[in-house]
Write a protein that binds this ligand. Structure first.
Ligand SMILES: Nc1ncnc2c1ncn2[C@@H]1O[C@H](COP(=O)(O)OP(=O)(O)O)[C@@H](O)[C@H]1O
Ligand SMILES: [Mg+2]
Length: 224
């Protein structure tokens, strides 16, 4: 079929249903395990990397994603349940979250969904408060299911209490919301910060806000 990594499901209990997304680093498949639909996130080999290093890199990233996802789950954040990890092949089998990407929800009915801004602020607040950052908290990595926000894609996440990593998360939220939904962006961001403050308090909020502004100044400087 020419799809990266499909042969990995041969001779396993997993049955391929369809490809869901082909990204730069990972290919996402819908599979079933004894009739239960699941998502398989496959980090496929990169032919331009040395084979040994490549395998090592993919394994480490897979392990990192699994660890940070379970940490997020432990602190009360809704993430897909992990069902099985095939480390040698760098595959994470997880719950299929049946919902709509926040990206789509915001386009279709912006007014009714500002509530998710506060939810996202509280989620990131909890993560940062526990020394965890997401790394890519854009509306494409958020799924709304039954009115509840679920965070996916911990591929760039990590552990840090450094305000720089926390501010980088928030900067990504602000940038993606301003560029994709300019009309509602101000309200969204205000509600986001309100949720964030609820969890972390105004001292941390001010500290992170200051650093976000600094990151933006640095970015402008580089552009010039
Ligand atoms: N557990 C899941 N449930 C439902 N859809 C998912 C799940 N994981 C990934 N997806 C879908 O696949 C897309 C890409 O997955 P993601 O983990 O974000 O990989 P990438 O690193 O390529 O961005 C997501 O934007 C989402 O639409
Ligand atoms: Mg993603």
């Amino acid at each position: 079929m020419g799809l990266p990594g499909v042969e990995l499901f041969d001779d396993t209990d997993f049955r391929l249903v369809r490809p869901v997304s082909i990204g730069a680093e990972a290919t996402i498949y819908e599979v079933t395990l004894r009739g239960t639909p699941l998502i398989a996130k496959v980090r496929v080999p990169k032919p331009y990397r040395n084979a040994v290093i490549d395998r090592d890199v993919r394994e480490r990233r897979t392990l990192n994603e699994v660890r940070t996802m379970s940490k997020a789950h432990d602190i009360g954040i809704v993430v897909p349940h992990i069902v099985h990890v095939d480390l040698p092949n760098s595959i994470i089998f997880m719950e299929y979250v049946r919902g709509t990407e926040l990206r789509e929800v915001l386009y279709k009915s912006p007014e009714t969904h500002l509530k998710f801004a506060g939810d996202l602020g509280r989620y990131l607040g909890e993560m940062h408060e526990h020394g965890l950052y997401h790394g890519d908290p854009t509306p494409a990595n958020l799924i709304v299911r039954d009115g509840e926000l679920c965070i996916i894609d911990f591929g760039l996440s990590g552990y840090s209490d450094d305000v720089e990593e926390h501010a980088a998360d928030v900067n990504l939220v602000e940038r993606s919301v301003y560029s994709s939904y300019p009309v509602m962006a101000r309200d969204f961001i205000e509600l986001f910060w309100r949720g964030y403050r609820e969890v972390r308090g105004s001292f941390s909020e001010a500290e992170v806000k200051k650093r976000v502004a600094e990151i933006r100044r640095r970015a402008r400087y580089v552009m010039r």
